[in-house]
Every structure is written in structure tokens, then in C-alpha cells.
Design a protein around this ligand. Structure first.
Ligand SMILES: [Zn+2]
Length: 245
């Protein structure tokens, strides 16, 4: 059986930490003193620490997309206290693969493009995004987007969309720099001003919901760990979102 450290060495081959943004905090977030040397039976994978913390009680390692700490906490109160207490009670190693896994080959951006049946032709936005060609009729892609997430919202028109920019999570403002080369931007969420600028430039904007856009990448990470090691790897989806229409 591999140790936690051996599983994490494999994860860091897939998602090298030096690919992360400067402000990011990938890597081990919380670990018991002997956490890294423990043998792994079970790994849980998800988007947020709060989503996986209950299942982590039965695991030695929890891998999330979002780091538990982006900024060092100045006080442990409120929700930070509640989540941290559950994390410590779980007695497992908590690890994050964030913007490094977004960028990495086969990571969050590539996985979303593949899930939407798009052909990746280039990287964009400092490798956080992928420029893709639509394979079939653009209406098929529109259906795929709607089936993929109940939160899918399309701004602008959907006529003859052939080239799209895929950026999971929150779209950086640099997506506007790609406006000449793409017909649509597909992201988890796009800030109002960025969206307005894209629409003025004739670029359609699709929001899938932040968490939905990142699910394929974390499922892919779970799949890779599962096929490398003989351990149980469970992907824990975000809690159900109630969408009022
Ligand atoms: Zn995110």
C-alpha cells in the first residue's frame, strides 16, 4: 500500500506546485504529525474542504481543489473554527491542488474541454484557459452546456459559435484579450464588467457555475490516482444546489 507521501508525489507530478499563481497556497493544508508516512487505504477528492471533511474520517488523505487557507487566518472563530475542528477530528492529511492543476496538462481546463467534447487547439490567459474548436454543430454544444450544469447561463447570441475559450472557475479579466480570436467564453463565473466588455466585443459569454466548471478536473484527478494505486478513491460532489427558476 502506498503512503500518503507517495500518493502526493504522484499528484505533484500531474500538478507541479510551481505552476500555481503567486497568491495561491497549494499543497498540504493540515496533516497529523505522522500523516505523510501513513499507509493509504482510501482517498477522498472534492472541491472544498467542507464538502469532503465527513468522508475524510474514513480516509488517510483528502485532496481538494480549493485550499483551506488562501490567506493565513488571524483568528480561529466562526466558520473557520467549525470547519477546522471537523478537519482535526477527521485525523487525515488535507491537500490542495488548485491553480497548478487548473493549468497542468490534463488538468481542470483540459478536463472541462474534454467533457464538453471540444478540441483543444491552444492555451490562453497564461495557460489557465484553453482555446478550443467546436467539433459538431454549435447547437449540439449548446445542449451539452445545458445538460452539463443546471446553472448554465448564456449571454449574447449563439449563432455559428465555432471557436471558444474555456476557463474553469472564475474567469480572469485577461479573457478580454482573446476576444478577437474566439466566438464565446465558457467559464464558471464571469464578473459583470468583464462580461459587459466581452459582449460589447461581440463575444458570447457562458457561465456554468463556479463549482460545476471544476468538477471534471477533480474527477479526473481522482481517476488518475485510482488507476495508479490500488486504493479506494472517492470523488465527493459539492452539496446539491437548489436552483429556483
Ligand atoms: Zn474554484
Amino acid at each position: 500500500m502506498p503512503t500518503v507521501e507517495e500518493v502526493l508525489e504522484f499528484v505533484e507530478e500531474l500538478a507541479p506546485p510551481d505552476l500555481a499563481e503567486d497568491w495561491d497556497n497549494p499543497g498540504v493544508q493540515v496533516a497529523p504529525p505522522d500523516g505523510l508516512s501513513r499507509e493509504v487505504d482510501r482517498v477522498v477528492v472534492g472541491l472544498d474542504v467542507a464538502h469532503v471533511v465527513d468522508e475524510a474520517r474514513e480516509a488517510e488523505l483528502a485532496i481538494t481543489h480549493h485550499p483551506m487557507f488562501l490567506k493565513p487566518p488571524r483568528r480561529i472563530t466562526g466558520r473557520t473554527y467549525t470547519v477546522l475542528r471537523r478537519v482535526l477530528e477527521a485525523d487525515a492529511t488535507f491537500y490542495a491542488a488548485h491553480t497548478n492543476w487548473d493549468r497542468a496538462e490534463g488538468g481542470v481546463a483540459d478536463s472541462l474541454a474534454r467533457r464538453l467534447n471540444l478540441r483543444v487547439v491552444d492555451t490562453a490567459c497564461d495557460e489557465l484557459g484553453r482555446v478550443c474548436e467546436v467539433r459538431g454543430p454549435s447547437d449540439e454544444l449548446l445542449n451539452a452546456l445545458r445538460n452539463f450544469s443546471p446553472l448554465t447561463t448564456v449571454y449574447g447570441d449563439w449563432e455559428d459559435v465555432r471557436t471558444v475559450l474555456v476557463v474553469p472557475g472564475s474567469a480572469p479579466s485577461e479573457v478580454v484579450d482573446e476576444a478577437d480570436d474566439v466566438d464565446a467564453v465558457i467559464s464558471g463565473e464571469v464578473k459583470y464588467h468583464t462580461r459587459a466588455e466581452l459582449l460589447e466585443l461581440g463575444v458570447t459569454v457562458v457561465e456554468l457555475g463556479h463549482e460545476y466548471s471544476e468538477i471534471p478536473g477533480m474527477q479526473e484527478l481522482a481517476r488518475r490516482v485510482r488507476s495508479e494505486f490500488e486504493v479506494e478513491v472517492e470523488f465527493v460532489p459539492p452539496p446539491d444546489l437548489t436552483v429556483i427558476r
